[in-house]
Design a protein around this ligand. Structure first.
Ligand SMILES: [Zn+2]
Length: 243
């Protein structure tokens, strides 16, 4: 184990590579894309910085670079949507999904709160916030491991959760529960299309994204937009081919 400070080590490596003509910089483009993609999913420059070991400004500055140091780029690429122990704040979605899955199994919020040693309101908060602390996320992950194989004490809680479209742990088996891009296996959970909070392509039925059809069914605005764009593009292509 080396006793050298990380920065000293980086500098030494840099000098050695430079002396040996090894490439030191790489295109910043893929790194910018990675940062932007993480940003779109709620991973802030500060959260990236915690893992990389630099401040928020250093991550934000990548946007204006053409080339960046290879070692810096590699460290940024290791950051994912997954909570990391070095992050003070992490995405809350995995914790929320785990709480909801336990409710779908019949575990009441107040029981979960008592087991987490927090007030019931903290559990509600966790279910509405985009970010939480690493410590809280980790506590929920541990609780989920303990309880996700056991039915909870309340059928009433389970049935309310089911009506609200919350899925039990079974629906998350083999699916990355912490990744905002994933969807549970709705069919495995026995939740019909009309009861799911998302369209078949996974867009959330938020107030803004939902249109009611004449017969009262929900219709996804994002899908309609995509369909319209594709239809227009195809029409243009046909017109171009005919000309
Ligand atoms: Zn959709």
């Amino acid at each position: 184990m080396t006793t050298l400070h990380k920065r000293t080590l980086d500098t030494k490596r840099y000098r050695w590579r430079k002396a040996n003509g090894i490439q030191l910089f790489t295109s910043a483009e893929p790194i910018k894309q990675h940062i932007a993609e993480l940003g779109g999913l709620g991973v802030t420059p500060q959260m990236i910085g915690y893992v990389v070991g630099c401040d928020r400004q250093a991550i934000q500055a990548v946007a204006t670079c053409k080339r960046i140091r290879i070692d810096f780029a590699a460290r940024i690429l290791t950051v994912t949507v997954h909570p990391h122990p070095r992050q003070l704040h992490v995405l809350a979605i995995g914790a929320r999904r785990r709480i909801e899955a336990l409710q779908a199994l019949g575990w009441p919020r107040r029981v979960l709160a008592a087991r987490l040693n927090v007030d019931s309101s903290i559990v509600s908060q966790l279910c509405s916030q985009r970010h939480t602390s690493y410590a809280r996320w980790h506590a929920v992950q541990n609780l989920y491991e303990q309880l996700s194989g056991t039915r909870g004490p309340s059928n009433h809680v389970a049935s309310i959760a089911h009506q609200a479209g919350k899925v039990p742990p079974l629906a998350w088996e083999g699916i990355d529960i912490d990744d905002p891009r994933t969807q549970p296996d709705w069919a495995a959970a026995g939740i019909k299309l009309a009861e799911r909070p998302v369209c078949p392509r996974g867009h959330a039925y938020t107030a803004v994204n939902t249109k009611r059809t004449a017969d009262g069914r929900r219709s996804c605005r994002t899908c309609r937009r995509v369909n319209d764009t594709t239809a227009k593009r195809n029409a243009r292509r046909r017109a171009a081919n005919a000309a």
